[in-house]
Design a protein around this ligand. Structure first.
Ligand SMILES: C[S@@+](CC[C@H](N)C(=O)[O-])C[C@H]1O[C@@H](n2cnc3c(N)ncnc32)[C@H](O)[C@@H]1O
Length: 243
């Protein structure tokens, strides 16, 4: 793998254990990190193009909650009707600064704003599309239901939520197999055993996955009428939930 300043080598050398944070160091290499760490990430960008073209309603708002550097926010904006307004939300200052820079270089017509805010405080209104691409897993478990209910309440009829998450499994055998396969995937992406182990330790209690069943239950409780799996790669899954 060619190494440059944007290649993720954050966990390559032995480190003192510390919880993972979305700080400036992570933001600098985040594009490379997410592409090499999330199986199916590139596919989900294509899904977002499809969703924006099909479900982006004229004069509506489209949200990207946990927008990081704006990779998904840009995809959304580039495929929406010009009358849509795109709102990216992230609580990391390092991410928001870089996201604003990336968005400003794009000249698609839909208007946008990038807010540094906790998604628990985000006001969702008149929404035809909401994206939660690997964000809910970083929110405290007890807060997840109210976030999904708030999203549902702020969505227009015919609106769609994309919920992508790392998931876990009730069966210990399935959990062990999917985790092993995922770690093999990371090694194929050029991460060493030490990088895999240190990143895993840093994410412990920071990224807390749920089962697919828990996600279905919450989405149904929020009010979503139809829920479809649109991607599963090992222990990573994306659901489409329709109002
Ligand atoms: C895995 S990244 C999301 C990746 C991004 N959606 C993409 O597809 O490129 C998770 C993001 O959620 C943000 N985040 C975590 N907890 C948050 C919260 N409570 N409110 C807002 N943003 C949050 C982090 O700062 C980080 O940028």
């Amino acid at each position: 793998m060619s190494n440059n300043k944007h290649t993720d080598t954050l966990f390559a050398a032995p480190l003192e254990p510390a919880p993972f944070e979305f700080n400036a160091q992570v933001a600098d290499v985040f594009d490379n990190m997410i592409q090499r760490s999330v199986p199916g990430y590139a596919f989900l960008l294509e899904v977002i193009s499809v969703l924006a073209q099909r479900y982006g309603q004229a004069d509506s708002q489209c949200y990207d909650l946990g927008c990081s550097l704006g990779t998904t926010t840009l995809r959304l904006r580039q495929n929406l009707p010009a009358s849509c307004h795109v709102i990216g939300v992230d609580n990391s200052a390092a991410m928001v600064g870089r996201c604003q820079h990336n968005m400003a270089r794009d000249n698609s017509q839909a208007s946008y704003e990038i807010c540094q805010q906790d998604i628990q405080d985000a006001k969702i209104q008149n929404a035809s599309i909401v994206i939660l691409n690997f964000t809910l897993q970083f929110i405290e478990d007890q807060q997840r239901q109210s976030i999904l209910s708030n999203i549902y309440d702020g969505m227009k009829p015919g609106g769609v939520l994309l919920l992508a998450e790392k998931i876990c499994f009730n069966s210990p055998q399935q959990q062990a197999l999917q985790t092993d396969l995922y770690h093999d995937f990371k090694r194929c992406q050029g991460y060493s055993d030490l990088e895999v182990a240190q990143k895993r330790a840093a994410l412990e209690n920071v990224l807390v996955p749920n089962t697919l069943q828990q996600h279905y239950q919450r989405l149904e409780q929020a009010g979503f009428k139809q829920i479809e799996v649109c991607m599963q790669c090992f222990n990573f899954c994306a659901l489409l939930a329709f109002k």
